[in-house]
Ligand binder design. Structure first.
Ligand code: UDP
Length: 323
């Protein structure tokens, strides 16, 4: 298939692009390179530098490439930042996304895979979080993604768009070539690995008084290659659907740090800090629906199998993509 990938220079997008090309798809990346990196774009893909907030940028890109499907990764995705700058999240994640859908409609492109998030659920009433639970986001990031899921429902009904929304839990790990490099790193695993590389003195733990066994937040970390596999399956989904995507396992902040110490062989000094606003205590996916309907099965369940390739990538790229 001919596929346009927005945000294909970012962490998750770049690895999905690589995997799409590996199985024979033709890929154009559309990215404004504010979060993404030119060097993260697979050289076998075509890169168009453009901004979703400029309607003409995305209209031109779709007119030129006429893809059969679009995968939409381009977004701002930091819970903490969204709590101080909500405008950025609603403009980029909702308005930018609508520009994309309208440009797709104009060229008759009707297949769409959307990067949604478990942050659309807020603090859920029960665990694991399956698709039947109510979505009540507790931060503007989650709200912006939920708003766009609702936009998709109406474009599907009115314009016959066929979409799959994948609600990721915590993407982690790396492929052999591409990995996680954010200009401002707020994520737990890369921050711990930066301490192991000697680039930071300590890692901060945001909250040690959560109602969890060791007092720190629990997340469902999913290997980026398993996540990419779900995107490939979503391309062939027979009907529009929304799926929660995680392994069903939970790892606390302290357990992540201990695993990083074991893998890197380095002591990771920690500083305990207050809770980070907007963080739910525990997020674990119920992914039975995507397993049953798309045949998705994660290959990497254990946290060490997810962190080891991330460490290998960081060792090879201690300064990320260098830009
Ligand atoms: N976290 C932490 N220290 C850090 C970064 C994150 O304690 O330097 C915690 C954060 O509060 C959350 C978990 O680690 O409970 C995962 O955070 P991350 O930012 O990696 O992903 P998120 O769950 O926000 O998408």
């Amino acid at each position: 298939m001919k596929i346009l990938v927005t945000g294909g220079a970012g962490y998750i997008g770049s690895i999905c692009v690589e995997q799409l090309i590996n199985v024979g798809h033709t890929v154009t990346v559309f990215d404004n390179l504010t979060e993404g990196h030119r060097l993260a774009v697979d050289p076998r893909a075509t890169l168009i530098v453009g901004d979703l907030q400029q309607r003409c940028d995305i209209e031109d890109a779709l007119e030129k490439t006429r893809p059969e499907a679009v995968m939409h990764f381009a977004a701002n995705a930091l819970v903490g930042e969204s709590m101080t700058n909500p405008s950025k999240y609603f403009r980029n994640n909702v308005y930018g996304g609508i520009n994309l859908l309208d440009a797709m409609h104009a060229v008759g492109c009707k297949r769409f895979v959307f990067s949604s998030t478990c942050a659309t659920f807020g603090i859920p009433e029960r665990m694991p979080i399956d698709e039947t639970l109510p979505q009540k986001p507790i931060n503007p990031y989650g709200e912006s993604k939920l708003m766009f899921e609702q936009v998709l429902r109406w474009y599907s009904e009115i314009h016959e768009l066929k979409y799959v929304a994948l609600r990721y839990f915590n993407a982690a790990g790396a492929s052999a070539t591409y990995g996680e490099d954010h200009r401002i790193e707020t994520h737990l695993i890369p921050n711990v690995l930066k301490v192991a590389l000697g680039q930071k003195e300590h890692v901060e733990i945001y909250g040690t008084d959560y109602p969890t066994p060791d007092g720190t937040c629990i997340r469902d970390y999913i290997h980026i290659l398993d996540l990419a596999q779900a995107h490939m399956l979503a391309l062939a989904a027979p009907v529009s659907a929304k799926y929660n995507l995680g392994t069903g396992g939970g790892t606390s902040v302290r357990e992540v740090i201990a695993t990083c110490e074991a893998i890197t062989g380095k002591k990771i000094p920690v500083i305990e800090k207050p809770r980070r606003p907007g963080d739910p205590p525990r997020l674990i996916a119920g992914s039975d629906k995507v397993r049953a309907e798309l045949g998705w099965a994660p290959q990497y369940q254990a946290i060490d199998k997810i962190i080891a390739p991330a460490w290998a990538w960081h060792l090879k790229h201690p300064h990320g993509y260098g830009d």
